[in-house]
Design a protein around this ligand. Structure first.
Ligand SMILES: C[S@@+](CC[C@H](N)C(=O)[O-])C[C@H]1O[C@@H](n2cnc3c(N)ncnc32)[C@H](O)[C@@H]1O
Ligand code: SF4
Length: 385
């Protein structure tokens, strides 16, 4: 059994109006005057301490090899490549990386440039996931994004020049005011880029965000469900024609090798250690999560107190519900023999409405059709509640 590491980087230069991730601007943390390199080295020292704690957890057991590492955020590309290198080296020294370990770094187009990319690659990063969201200027403004399309193209060119093997972008669809032509513009742009993977997310209006306040005040319209479904169909069709096959509801790759191995560990119930404030971990049916605030997290590691905010042991029912919730989102779907008789009856109803692939079902698999992918949440509710 291998282990994966998720390493959370809780910093962004500016908070996008739609985002409620556990991330902070240095100003929000009262660190406005501190140099970026200082924030990076102080924070990454704490990360390395938590990795040592992880190593202790395995001291009496067999040390697993590490198959994937994912630096997510926030904005990992804000960190100093030297600190990223030390972190990867620490994991390699204590656990050892598999020969083909996938190491992903999430990046913002404004902070991946000539100065840092070679350092990330030298550190071992072999996959970049770039936040693009849209190529339309009006949509980017509604989303509060600061980058230009030219930065996206440049960042990916640099990734190619520096030999980054995996190159992915994130898109957001369904932003209020985004026309179908605007979406097509984003897809044209995306498909002109040297990438092998795309994640496309429906915009979620998260409570507490600026976007939510603007929707509540009527300044911005609420995203429309029918429009979201039309846009999902357009995205899927355009990507399939261009050779990108869906392998999870929000993810498309142009080869089996280009699929995110790290995310597949999550979706298939594997073991991962989430390092950093607010990060979640899962080891053999035990799940826990860390203190959310980065300063409290760092101070706790400094003075030896716990960084764990909560934990749970998954019951057999919870494990099986989770397998259904995650598995139904995958192209491979769920083995029919994992379902109870009552759940099979639910599936049969959805075959009648063409939401479930009949021939896959007859061959022993629950697999959603395109219609089914659009109502996956409803199908899950019917199966597990
Ligand atoms: C950590 S960010 C990616 C890297 C970098 N921070 C950036 O934004 O350029 C992860 C991704 O989550 C998605 N995301 C965040 N908030 C979202 C929301 N409210 N609705 C849909 N997608 C969201 C965006 O696509 C974003 O690129
Ligand atoms: S979308 Fe990315 S850059 Fe924007 S606030 Fe969220 S994590 Fe930061």
């Amino acid at each position: 059994m291998t282990l994966s590491f998720y390493i959370h980087i809780p910093y962004c230069i500016k908070r996008c109006g739609y985002c409620d991730f556990n991330t902070y601007t240095p100003a929000e943390l009262g660190q406005g005057e501190i140099a970026r390199s200082e924030i990076s080295s102080r924070y990454m020292r704490s990360v390395q301490r938590e990795i040592s704690l992880a190593a202790k957890e395995f001291a009496s057991k067999q040390m697993p090899q590490v198959a994937t590492i994912f630096f997510g955020g926030g904005t990992p590309s804000l960190m100093d490549p030297v600190d990223i290198a030390k972190t990867i080296a620490e994991i390699d020294e204590t656990f050892s990386l598999t020969q083909d370990c996938e190491i992903t770094l999430e990046a913002n187009p404004d902070t991946l440039d000539e100065r840092n990319i070679a350092g990330f690659v030298a550190a071992g990063v072999n996959r970049i996931s770039l936040g693009v969201q849209s190529a339309n200027q009006k949509v980017l403004a509604t989303l509060d994004r600061t980058h230009k399309n030219s930065n996206v193209a440049r960042a990916l060119e640099l990734a190619v020049e520096n030999g980054v093997r995996g190159r992915s972008i994130d898109l957001i669809y369904g932003t209020p005011g985004e026309s179908l032509a605007d979406l097509e513009e984003s897809l044209d742009f995306a498909l002109s880029l040297p990438i092998d993977h795309i994640s496309a997310y429906a915009l979620i209006v998260e409570s507490g965000t600026r976007l939510a306040r603007e929707v509540a005040s009527g300044k911005i319209a609420s995203p429309d469900d029918d429009e979201m479904a039309d846009k999902y169909r357009i995205i899927d069709q355009r990507l399939e024609i261009a050779g990108f096959q869906w392998y999870e509801l929000s993810n498309w790759a142009n080869s089996l090798d280009a699929r995110s191995r790290h995310n597949q560990i999550y979706w298939n119930g594997g073991n991962w250690w989430g390092v950093g404030p607010g990060a979640h971990s899962h080891l053999d049916g035990r799940r826990w999560w860390n203190i959310k605030n980065p300063i409290t997290y760092m101070n706790s590691l400094d003075n030896g107190s716990t960084i764990i905010a909560g934990e749970e042991i998954l019951s057999e029912t919870a494990k099986s519900d989770e397998r259904i919730m995650l598995g139904i989102r995958l192209r491979e779907g769920i083995a029919r023999n994992e379902l109870s008789e009552i759940q099979e009856e639910v599936v049969v109803r959805y075959i009648a409405s063409e939401a479930v692939d009949q021939s896959a079902w007859e061959n022993g698999h629950l697999r959603l059709t395109l219609n089914g992918r659009l109502i996956a949440d409803r199908i899950v509710r019917d199966l597990v509640l």
